[in-house]
Write a protein that binds this ligand. Structure first.
Ligand SMILES: C[S@@+](CC[C@H](N)C(=O)[O-])C[C@H]1O[C@@H](n2cnc3c(N)ncnc32)[C@H](O)[C@@H]1O
Length: 201
């Protein structure tokens, strides 16, 4: 879906009206375990306006990148984390992102699942093949098979672990899997699957 669609979503809804808003970004502990070096290059894709960057900056990470198709979302994130934070901001569709460098960790919470067509999914895989360092990590969360079939009115693809392993298998191996129950700001529950994959050398 287009940047116009997502900009409108961020303009129309406050953080408390967005289903994906988390009180605390669970991934910060996972990221710190995977990449304890605080100068490791970390990219959050479909970063939105979450507090993950705030949490990573507070823990001392110094090489952060946030990518989103929505400039409005990244403006909100920039206001939250502050203008001096060590964050590179990239407004781009992830499927056409041509990374100029590689990353030790690529994080995607609830963005990949909007790619419902196999050609889009293959383009994403090509992007991360180039962008993630050998032995680097791919931290991904999508709706699980018993999760919602839409988000923000858009269809999503729900993934089981076996389906995701089959999809990334040539390039990444599974390190860890974790089902997660996300509670929206208005108290409804959404079933996610979360995985840590590692790039094969
Ligand atoms: C459900 S929100 C999740 C936001 C954030 N990851 C979080 O957990 O709070 C999905 C995000 O993906 C972004 N997005 C959707 N399609 C995208 C694309 N093709 N390329 C880059 N970002 C995209 C949207 O603008 C939105 O910020």
């Amino acid at each position: 879906m287009s940047d116009i669609f997502w900009n409108d979503v961020y303009l129309a809804k406050s953080a408390d009206e967005r289903s994906w808003t988390q009180e605390w970004p669970f991934d910060v502990e996972v990221i710190e375990r995977l990449v304890p070096e605080h100068d490791a290059a970390i990219i959050d894709v479909g970063a939105g306006a979450s507090d993950l960057l705030v949490a990573l900056v507070a823990r001392g990470f110094t090489d952060l990148t946030a990518l989103d198709i929505s400039a409005v979302a990244l403006d909100e994130a920039r206001r939250r984390v502050g203008p001096l934070a060590p964050v590179t901001w990239i407004v781009s569709d992830v499927t056409t992102f041509d990374a100029e460098r590689s990353y030790a960790l690529w994080r995607d919470r609830a963005t990949f699942h909007f790619l419902t067509e196999p050609p889009q999914q293959r383009r994403y895989l090509n992007v991360i093949r180039r962008a993630i360092q050998p032995d680097g990590y791919f931290l991904l969360a999508t709706f699980a098979p018993d999760g919602p079939s839409t988000c923000s009115g858009l269809p999503v693809q729900r993934w089981s672990t076996q389906e995701m392993v089959d999809f990334v298998d040539d390039d990444f191996h599974l390190v860890h899997e974790q089902p997660l129950l996300h509670v929206t700001p208005w108290g409804s529950e959404q079933s996610f699957n979360s995985w840590v994959f590692q790039r094969r050398p």
